[in-house]
Write a protein that binds this ligand. Structure first.
Ligand SMILES: N[C@@H](CCC(=O)N[C@@H](CS)C(=O)NCC(=O)O)C(=O)O
Length: 240
């Protein structure tokens, strides 16, 4: 019997946990999204806190983290690479793996900058307490950083002529690129309409059509985007 992976992430948002969920889903790996279980069954946010306060293993600083083989593994890019190695979602070649990790870490950089657009001063304060600064940050992000990041991903995708980063074979970073694009189009529909992303769009369509991903996206396991997550649709921030 294969022990299911235990994923620990905030139960009501896609957030950073979604990058891990997509790898688990594409791998067809058995997993429990622990905090989404009822509290009476050991779920809820309490389950996350309890794991983070447990002793005897390296404590994660923040969710998402994965429990497997008696240890907790945190940091999205780290978790995704760990899973990808075990489930054949990254080629077993050190140079290709370094490139996949490079892509994944750059996606993490974009995610962090997107978070900064609504939490420029601190993640510990509410958006409503930093709205003025958020407006400045979002404006600069959309004007300068978003086109640079998207343009860079377009160049990367031209190297192997797509549809995926490494050509015709999917790797885990492609799943994250799909989620990144979904999130950017949700949060910043106006700004994204002005940034050409034909190769990223093609990648996303190929990911969306993969049988396991399609089944997942149609299931109740896939949460909708909302204004508690990383990608938030605040029309006042989606400025031209
Ligand atoms: N670099 C970390 C960031 C983790 C992170 O910021 N998690 C957020 C939720 S998406 C959180 O709950 N943070 C709580 C905290 O920082 O105290 C990763 O990629 O996993």
């Amino acid at each position: 019997v294969v022990e299911p992976y235990e994923l620990y992430y905030w139960p009501s948002i896609l957030g950073r946990g979604e990058f891990v969920r997509l790898v688990l889903e594409e791998a067809g790996a058995p997993y429990v999204d622990v905090a989404r279980l009822p509290v009476a069954q050991g779920g809820g946010e309490e389950a996350i806190i309890a794991q983070m306060e447990a002793t005897g293993t390296l404590p994660p600083f923040a969710p998402p983290f994965l429990r497997t083989d008696g240890v907790l593994i945190a940091q999205v890019a780290n978790i995704c690479l760990y899973l990808a190695r075990r489930h054949g979602l990254v080629p077993a070649d050190a140079r290709v793996e370094a490139h996949a990790n490079q892509l994944q870490l750059t996606i993490a950089d974009v995610v962090a900058e997107v978070h900064q657009t609504h939490h420029p001063i601190s993640a510990e304060l509410y958006y409503e307490e930093q709205r003025r600064e958020a407006l400045c940050t979002a404006r600069a992000f959309l004007r300068h950083r978003l086109p640079r990041f998207v343009g860079w991903f377009e160049r990367v995708l031209a190297v192997h002529a797509g549809p995926y980063f490494f050509g015709r074979t999917l790797c885990y970073a492609d799943l994250s690129a799909f989620q990144l694009l979904e999130g950017l189009r949700y949060a910043f529909p106006n700004a994204m309409a002005r940034v050409p992303a034909p190769r990223l769009d093609a990648l996303a369509e190929h990911v969306r059509a993969r049988p396991r991903i399609a089944a997942y996206l149609a299931s109740e396991r896939r949460l909708p985007f909302n204004e508690e997550g990383i990608f938030r649709r605040y029309p006042e921030l989606d400025v031209s």
